[in-house]
Write a protein that binds this ligand. Structure first.
Ligand code: GLC
Length: 421
């Protein structure tokens, strides 16, 4: 499946973990797996899941306002509770919770109305399904999490596994046929092999119903892009990629988790990611009623405001300089003629670019437009000198990160060698 061009251009997405786990503020699905609560306590949350203030238009308005181009919603997490009207097993929020409506349908419509791309998260694994054997073995405290299968993964009764796959395929077919998602964001693949999951058949099923749907890396060899999670990569993964990252330490709504990243830290993550050609998929965990907590909104808005001030350095760009040329991330315009240098700290005297073969036509501070002086020192034969850009004045510095726009005399041309004797 060829990558859709909108994806590497999107830069920012929002990853919504919304489900019954928000009722108790428990970890999504994991809380009954790790023993944070019993399976019974976990499932009791069904009764408290109201979605009483669920307003997907307000979500979409927020996502668009902060500069996100797509969002991904947990249509079904490892707990097996579907947010849409599913005919397969019927463990959904329509039949089993006071929310009693299809939350995916509203999400899809609201995003599309604002021109945002629609991503649906779906877990291959379902720790709540009687035919699904999970890795967790009976222990002194938790006896097996779902109370069902005691088999080891891959060693269950083949008929049970066939039933399980029919259930998963049936649900995925529903998502594909009803919603034609732009992204299907799979998860929970780690308990089985690609063959056991029948990934090829699943990919065929999806593309038959929705040829343009792109798949994340947790479809294993059928994935269209890499999905590093939480840890920022130091080298760009091969091909298109997306870093998924929480705003605090949790994907789901956990009021006791106060470990929020600051807006400055989010700007760093974001620029480092797009500077290596990736997208940032930033997590948000709504409360059970569907409202997104203020602390998360503030940080999304802070990042969004920075993006709005620097949109030329974000959209329509590709990965910038490899490490070593500039001390910070950078991006490059699609025509490869303008470099955007990100400076997190206040530069002293000058900002240098090493190994630049081009001459600089013009250097400005992005956003304020102030022009900066520049000159080159050194260099010999094929080895270019150092390009020095005058440091901006304090008034031109951005609170989170200042961006210098460097217009080149042609397409970026870099020297990558070891110098000259
Ligand atoms: C992990 C977790 C899951 C979370 C996901 C997001 O795979 O199992 O809870 O939804 O990461 O990337």
């Amino acid at each position: 499946m060829p990558m859709q061009p909108w994806f590497p251009d999107a830069k920012l997405g929002v990853f919504i973990h919304y489900g019954i786990y928000a009722v108790a503020g428990a970890a999504e699905s994991w809380s009954f797996y790790t023993g944070e609560m019993t399976h019974e306590q976990y499932m009791k949350q069904l009764d408290g899941f109201t979605a009483s203030r669920y307003d997907p238009d307000a979500w979409a308005e927020l996502f668009a306002r902060v500069g996100a181009k797509y969002a991904v919603l947990t249509s079904r997490h490892h707990d097996g509770v579907a947010l849409w009207d599913t005919d397969h097993r019927n463990l959904d929020v329509l039949r089993n919770t006071p929310a009693s409506r299809d939350l995916v349908a509203g999400f899809v419509d609201a995003l599309r109305a604002r021109g945002l791309k629609v991503g649906l998260y779906y877990s291959h694994s379902d720790w709540n399904h009687p035919d699904y054997a999970s890795e967790r073995h009976p222990g002194p405290h938790i006896v097996p999490p779902n109370g069902y299968s005691h088999a080891e993964p891959g060693k269950e009764d083949p008929q049970a596994w066939a039933r399980y796959l029919a259930y998963r395929d049936g649900q995925v077919r529903e998502l594909v046929e009803r919603f034609h998602p732009d992204v299907l964001w799979f998860d929970g693949e780690w308990e089985r092999t690609e063959e056991q999951w029948r990934m090829r058949d699943l990919a065929d099923l999806i593309h038959k119903g929705s040829p343009d749907t792109i798949l994340n890396g947790r479809m294993l060899s059928y994935g269209d892009y890499a999905t590093p999670e939480q840890g920022a990569p130091l080298q760009a993964p091969e091909g298109p990629w997306e870093l998924c990252l929480t705003i605090n330490d949790s994907w789901s709504f956990r009021p006791q988790d106060r470990d929020f990243k600051s807006v400055r830290q989010l700007v760093r993550y974001f620029t480092e990611t797009i500077g290596m050609g990736g997208n940032l998929l930033l997590g948000a965990g709504p409360r059970e009623d569907g409202t997104i907590p203020e602390e998360q909104i503030e940080r999304l808005e802070g990042l969004g405001a920075w993006i709005a001030r620097h949109s030329d350095a974000v959209y329509g760009t590709v990965a910038g300089l490899p490490p070593g040329h500039h001390y910070g991330p950078s991006t490059l315009s699609a025509d490869r003629r303008t470099l955007y240098l990100v400076c997190f700290d206040a530069p002293r005297e000058s900002v240098s670019v090493r190994g630049l073969r081009n001459s600089v036509r013009r250097a400005t501070v992005l956003g304020t437009g102030t022009e900066l002086g520049h000159h080159v020192t050194g260099g010999l034969d094929a080895v270019p000198g150092v390009t020095w850009i005058d440091a901006p004045e304090a008034a031109d510095l951005d609170d989170e990160a200042t961006v210098l726009a460097i217009e080149l005399d042609g397409e970026l041309d870099l020297y990558r060698g070891a110098g000259r004797n």
